[in-house]
Design a protein around this ligand. Structure first.
Ligand code: FPP
Length: 226
């Protein structure tokens, strides 16, 4: 049976969730942060899952209204500071992907601090995609390799921020697109799209997805084993 080692999630629908409740969009992000916590703890307790990559802020999200961007930055910093004891308690390693140099020095410091403090943890890697875009990641990887000859797939993979194939890629919020997320690593991922808005996403729904995933015959371009 397939093992759901690496789960990646495009957490979409925060704004719509809040608007439908007559609240400001940012309230949806706040509720979304709670779900990040729940889903991460669930994955840390599930022995088959070793990595959870969450799309928290894309290279395109800078185009949002300034106040929403500022709110997301503050929420992220608050979340990381608050979460550090939980990361340690649940043995979760925090590993950001993306180009964090665009963030304020205070946020960069917090990101690096939490990464450093949790580097020994090994129940789960929680990888937040921060100022992340797959095109940007691939271009940065090429730049790291620019003096090398005969670049192989393995060399390119090692130069990427995220060095692990995705098994399950989930997008909440009803849209069916990848939005520049883990394009290299998701080459053979099983894709799951759900109408559930991210703040309503539960561990129960994740469990159902994992159950479906386990039954899928994955051939990776070959033929089945039978
Ligand atoms: C998409 O919803 C969500 C985001 C752009 C940001 C994701 C952020 C969180 C889940 C909360 C913060 C995370 C952490 C780790 C503290 P949207 O605003 O595009 O929703 P919409 O499609 O309904 O407008």
């Amino acid at each position: 049976m397939n093992k759901p080692k690496h789960i990646a999630i495009i957490m979409d629908g925060n704004g719509r969730w809040a608007t439908a409740k007559g609240k400001k969009r940012v309230k949806g992000h706040e509720a979304g942060a709670e779900v990040v916590r729940n889903i991460t703890e669930y994955c840390a307790k599930n022995e088959e899952i070793t990595r959870l990559t969450l799309y928290a802020f894309s290279t395109e999200n800078w185009k949002r209204p300034r106040l929403e961007v500022e709110f997301l930055m503050k929420l992220l910093e608050k979340y990381l500071k608050q979460e550090l004891p939980n990361y340690l308690k649940n043995n979760i390693r925090f590993e950001p992907i993306g180009d964090i140099r665009a963030f304020s020095s205070s946020l960069q410091k917090t990101i690096k601090h939490v990464k450093e403090q949790t580097k020994h943890c090994d129940a789960l890697v929680q990888s937040l995609a921060l100022n992340y875009g797959a095109h940007n990641e691939i271009v940065r990887a090429f730049n790291k390799l620019k003096n090398k000859e005969n670049i192989t797939e393995e060399m390119l993979y090692n130069a990427l921020d995220c060095k692990e194939d995705v098994d399950i890629l989930i997008r909440t919020g009803g849209d069916k697109r990848l939005s520049n997320f883990l394009l290299w690593q998701a080459a053979y991922a099983e894709l799951f799209f759900t109408d559930t808005l991210w703040p309503d996403f539960t561990t129960k729904e994740l469990e159902k997805i994992i159950t479906k995933f386990k039954k899928i015959e994955r051939r990776f371009g070959g033929l089945n084993n039978g």
